[in-house]
Design a protein around this ligand. Structure first.
Ligand SMILES: [Fe+2]
Ligand SMILES: [Fe+2]
Length: 262
């Protein structure tokens, strides 16, 4: 099959030292990348779907950078609720961002266009902390312009927070707040072929408002199959995984692969 493909890792949760009861994120990421490149050595792009670090600290971003410096293909990084935009941009000053400083960008990929969004909330003074995500008016306006510019080119949109419920009550309360506005916007354009997300730490796929979506597991800990309850920090020690996405024309094929934990 002469499709082109990219690798997806989400929810790396890099730390300087392993968190209590958790595996070492660098060892997990390196093992996953080794596995991915052994399966598909000619993958053309690595997409990182946010929660790059656990604490959003510069030292963790530097540890992540030491791994990514060994990756021989372009890397598109996105931010999640555990990230810090300023710290990320200090360690990755060359990472593309929009005119407002949001870490979102467009990459032509074969017959398609990959649009990476920044769903990390901007907290205003007095706001309570939340792990939910947002697409503010400025970011939605940027997306509107990118989808207009894409015309008939099929667009794959990636973001950390799923823009709809996933059935996990504890995670649905920290989903993307602006999901319906986002779906109104992409419905007006009609050129989005797939939505990719992370955040849940579990493999989930389906359609929402007729748009196909794929959510990937983490190379670290996973979400147990516990649908009820409001706890958004449930974790279980299931095998780590990454995604492989094949793109040809307006076809998008999504694979997931578990890999051996070091
Ligand atoms: Fe996460
Ligand atoms: Fe997250």
């Amino acid at each position: 099959m002469d499709a082109r493909y990219f690798i997806v890792f989400t929810d790396i949760h890099m730390t300087v030292e392993p968190r209590a009861g958790c595996p070492d994120p660098e060892a997990r990421l390196r093992a996953g990348l080794d596995h991915a490149f052994s399966v598909k050595p000619d993958a053309e792009l690595l997409l990182l779907c946010g929660d790059l670090t656990h604490h959003g600290d510069e030292a963790s971003y530097r540890r992540l950078k030491s791994v990514l410096d060994d990756v021989p293909i372009p890397v598109v990084s996105m931010l999640g609720n555990h990230d810090d935009r300023a710290a990320f941009r200090r360690v990755f000053p060359d990472a593309p961002a929009d005119e407002d400083g949001f870490v979102q960008n467009v990459t032509d990929f074969g017959d398609a266009r990959l649009i990476a969004l920044d769903t990390l909330i901007v907290r205003k003074p007095g706001d309570d902390f939340t792990h939910a995500g947002e697409l503010c008016a400025r970011r939605l306006d940027w997306l509107d312009r990118q989808l207009s510019a894409a015309g008939d080119v099929p667009c794959i949109i990636a973001m950390h927070h799923p823009p709809h419920d996933t059935g996990f009550q504890g995670m649905d309360i920290i989903k993307l707040r602006d999901g319906e506005v986002f779906h109104d916007l992409i419905a007006r354009h009609g050129n989005v072929s797939h939505v990719i997300a992370g955040h849940i730490h579990r493999t989930i796929s389906g359609t929402y408002r007729r748009t196909p979506f794929s959510i990937f597991k983490s190379p670290m800990v996973q979400m147990p199959l516990v649908f009820d309850g409001t706890d958004s920090s449930l974790e279980c020690d299931e095998p780590p995984a990454f995604g492989l996405v094949f793109v040809k024309g307006d076809t998008v094929l999504v694979h997931t692969e578990d890999f051996a934990a070091p």
